[in-house]
Structure formats: structure tokens, C-alpha cells
Design a protein around this ligand. Structure first.
Ligand code: FUL
Length: 479
């Protein structure tokens, strides 16, 4: 491990020396806690899909009671390849499937349940949606993840200690048969089972088991262990968003931290626990025909992207297949529009050929020319009160700045300002708090000849892994 990081640092320094007039500095100390390699890889995914599909799709419900007949599940033209292809075309990096929702119905023929696809008429009980989707994801170069509701309104053992065995067994089945998984999703919603009882979940055991079964997956719940809920189902992260959370004394579900804490994180939180923004493309999580004209527009989806990915979080967008078992044309059209907006918006970086001046820790100012953004892992621009001056090679008008912190060494920046200048005049001042994985600032279009970034408050050094500027369509500016 040590050897790997030495090689890695050597490359970082070598890259730095080639591009800068300065001598390389020693790598700064990490600001603890730092992300695991799995969490770091997850941050980079930025956008992936959720799929809610099951008996609710056919009974027109959001929360089935678990008493619906298995025959209710009967898609007429189910095609997981169509889902995966549209997901890929929309720029998503993976899909998380509700293998079992609160009604307990298993989308695979589980040997631990009698409420599954096997008991349905679909494909004469020989079908397996989890298998089909895991294969379609592989074929389309997408990652695959699983949502397995702990709450089960069908299973006869629910509300007894035996149900914890059932949950571990089903978890083992899906990971073993359909992995590798990039993410495992534990919903905090919890109520009574078919016998009117509530379950006491053995989450410590679940956590030990999932680590053994899927060591490379990140595990989501209100309080992790890897990824936290963002505190709302609207897909909106806090304008201040720390990747840190204190979890001691809290539990999943009703015992979770307050929603605004989940939304913003804890500035000095003990655990690296970034927020994931889950939201549906339609009002409901499951498909309802009466919502066909309520699909979010490409502009609304882009705004959500700014408020999730643009605030250092990820966007988990739910796209529910219809009763045929296909993604509806309205959803797919909105997704293609959303993708087009992202492609057009972020294709021409106006800071592409920038000269950037900042102060090293030693106090020495460094001026570096970048040909095409950064071609090194990060620049260390020093600590609080430092000024980073960017002069783009060509003057132009911008309405969007993207900043990225090098989070492998922790999250440092607490408060910053961007001064947009035309000659010596400051023509616009933007203020922000956290940056983290990515911060997208959008504002009224402004002609600039240079931009000063002032780090007003930070825990340590401000390490940037990217700084870019764009001119996006005026209608897409965050409101
Ligand atoms: C919630 C559930 O109760 C909803 O049905 C949905 O699955 C959402 C993603 O999580 O807690």
C-alpha cells in the first residue's frame, strides 16, 4: 500500500514539475476523515439510475401491502436491455433495481420467499428480472446495484428474530447470483409486517455480511455505512454540503439524524459519509399511467443536476418502467434532452488555456500555464486567505464556473469567493461555502478578463483537482 502511494505521489510531482515554473512541494497531510477507494470511485459516478418496478406497477400503488396476488405482476413486453440502453444513452453510469420493495415481492425466484416472480404468470414463472437487468447492465457497460427493502409486508417471519436470517439469506442470494454490485441500498422506511409486528433489525449483522459478500460495493442508508441519505426525496443537496457525518447515537429510519443535518452533513463529522440525492423523474417512485404527462422536463432535470452533482453529491434518478416492462417514451425523451443539455453546456471550457497564479505553502507565488485544464491530480493553492488568479487565454463571457476539490486527501474548503473581473474592475462577486467533489456555480452571463478565487476559510490547504468555466444556455442557470 505504501509503495503504491509513493509511486502515485512521484507521478503527481512529476506532472506538477512539467507544468509549472515552481519546485514540487511535499504532499500536504490528509484532512481526516478521508474517503475509502470505493467511496472515491462512487463520487466520480455522479449520475446513475434507480428503477422501481414490481407489483405496485400493476396495482397502481406506491406501497403494496404484501397481500397482492403474485399474478398481479405480469409485464407484457419486459425488456431490460431497453432500460439499460436508454440509461446508457442518458449518460448514467449504473442502475440500482428494487429487487424487493416493501410488499416483499422478489423480482428473482428466491428460495426464501413464496411471493416472487416464480409464483407469477410472467414467463410461466420462469422469469428473473434481477438476472436480466444485471446481464443487460454488463452488456451495456453499466454498473449494477440492488435495493433490498428490509421492511417486508409479506414474509411470515417478519417481526421475529428469524426474519433477520431471511434478510441475510436473500442478501446473500442476490449478491452471489447477480453481483458484482457497485451499491447496496437499505431503505429506512419501516412499518408493520403481515402479522402486525415491527421488526428489530440486526443491522450490525447485515453490515458484517454485506462487507464479506460485496467488499467493493458502497452501502447506502440514512446513516451509511458508506453513503448517507440527503434528507429529502426531491434530489436536492444542501448549498453547504459536507461529506462528513456523525452517526454515533443514531439509527436508521425514525432514529436518523435530523433531515437538515443529513442535507448538509457535519463540518467536523467523524465519518466520510457523502450524501446521495434520490429523486424520481415522475411524481411517484412506481409507474402510474396518469403521471405520463408529469415527467420532469429536461430543464427541470438539469436544475436537479446543478442542485445535486453541482453541490458535491450524486444524482440517483428513478426511471420507473411501465406495465409493458418498458421505459415510457416521455421519460426517454426527457432523458435525451437532459443529456443534450449537459453535453452542450460542458463542451467548451473557457478556462481551457488559462494561466493560473496562486501561492504555495512556502509563500512563493506560482504561475502555471494549463493547456487543457489540469493534467496533474491537483494543485495545492495554499490555505485560507490565499488568492488564486485565473487568466483565460481568450476573453469571453461566462455564466458557469466549476470547481473541484481533491477529496482523496479530505474536504477542506469552508468558504470562498469568486471575483469576476473585467480589467481591474470587479464586475460580479460569487460566494460559496463547501466545494467537495464538484461545485457548479451558475450566474447571469458576465464578460470576464480574469477571475480571482479567494479561499476565505479552510481546514487546511485548498487542493483543486479542476477549475473550469462555461457559457451555458441562459435558461439553464440555477434559479
Ligand atoms: C422510500 C420508500 O418508502 C419509497 O417507496 C421509495 O422506495 C424511496 C426511494 O424510499 O423510503
Amino acid at each position: 500500500m505504501k509503495k503504491i502511494s509513493c509511486i502515485f505521489l512521484w507521478f503527481a510531482f512529476a506532472g506538477f514539475a512539467c507544468n509549472s515554473s515552481s519546485q514540487p512541494e511535499e504532499a500536504p497531510a490528509a484532512i481526516e476523515p478521508v474517503p475509502t477507494p470505493q467511496q472515491l470511485a462512487w463520487h466520480d459516478l455522479e449520475f446513475y439510475w434507480f428503477i422501481h418496478f414490481g407489483p405496485n406497477t400493476f396495482t397502481n400503488k406506491e406501497w403494496g401491502l404484501g397481500d397482492e396476488p403474485a399474478e398481479a405482476f405480469n409485464p407484457t413486453a419486459l425488456d431490460c436491455n431497453q432500460w439499460a440502453q436508454i440509461a446508457k444513452q442518458s449518460g448514467a453510469k449504473g442502475i440500482i433495481l428494487t429487487a424487493k420493495h416493501h410488499d416483499g415481492f422478489c423480482l428473482w425466484p428466491s428460495q426464501y420467499s413464496k411471493h416472487t416472480v416464480r409464483e407469477s404468470k410472467w414467463k410461466d414463472g420462469k422469469g428473473d428480472v434481477v438476472k436480466d437487468l444485471s446481464e443487460a447492465c454488463k452488456a451495456n457497460g453499466l454498473l449494477f446495484g440492488i435495493y433490498l427493502s428490509p421492511w417486508d409486508r409479506n414474509h411470515p417471519d417478519y417481526g421475529t428474530p428469524e426474519y433477520n436470517d431471511v434478510y441475510v439469506n436473500t442478501m446473500t442470494e442476490v449478491v452471489t447470483n447477480y453481483g458484482p454490485l457497485f451499491e447496496f441500498w437499505w431503505d429506512g422506511a419501516n412499518g408493520e409486517g403481515p402479522n402486525g409486528k415491527k421488526q428489530v433489525y440486526d443491522f450490525h449483522r447485515f453490515e458484517r455480511e454485506i462487507r464479506k459478500l460485496a467488499p467493493d460495493a458502497v452501502v447506502f442508508s440514512d446513516i451509511g455505512p458508506d453513503i448517507r441519505w440527503v434528507g429529502n426525496e426531491r434530489g436536492i443537496a444542501g448549498a453547504t454540503n459536507w461529506n462528513l457525518l456523525d452517526t454515533a447515537g443514531f439509527t436508521r429510519g425514525a432514529g436518523a439524524p435530523p433531515r437538515d443535518t443529513l442535507n448538509q452533513g457535519n463540518v467536523n463529522g467523524k465519518n466520510w459519509m457523502p450524501a446521495e440525492c434520490d429523486v424520481s423523474i415522475r411524481p411517484g417512485w412506481f409507474y402510474h399511467a396518469e403521471e405520463d404527462d408529469k415527467v420532469k422536463t429536461p430543464e427541470q432535470l438539469f436544475d436537479l443536476y446543478l442542485k445535486s452533482v453541482g453541490r458535491g453529491s450524486t444524482l440517483l434518478l428513478n426511471v420507473p418502467p411501465d406495465r409493458r416492462g418498458l421505459i415510457h417514451a416521455n421519460d426517454s425523451a426527457a432523458l435525451m434532452g437532459f443529456k443534450k443539455y449537459r453535453d452542450e453546456s460542458f463542451s467548451d471550457n473557457l478556462f481551457k488555456n488559462m494561466s493560473i497564479t496562486y501561492t504555495q505553502k512556502s509563500g512563493k507565488p506560482v504561475t502555471t500555464q494549463f493547456d487543457n485544464g489540469f493534467n496533474q491530480d491537483y494543485i495545492n493553492t495554499g490555505g485560507a486567505e490565499n488568492v488564486i488568479t485565473i487568466k483565460p487565454a481568450k476573453e469571453g463571457s461566462i455564466n458557469c464556473i466549476i470547481l473541484k476539490e481533491y477529496i482523496a486527501l479530505g474536504q477542506s474548503i469552508k468558504q470562498f469567493k469568486c471575483l469576476l473581473k473585467n480589467g481591474d474592475n470587479v464586475v460580479k462577486t460569487l460566494e460559496g461555502t463547501t466545494i467537495g467533489h464538484k461545485r457548479i456555480l451558475s450566474f447571469d452571463t458576465t464578460p470576464v478578463t480574469s477571475v480571482d478565487i479567494i479561499i476565505e476559510d479552510a481546514k487546511g490547504n485548498a487542493l483543486f483537482s479542476d477549475i473550469a468555466a462555461y457559457r451555458i444556455s441562459d435558461q439553464l442557470i440555477e434559479r
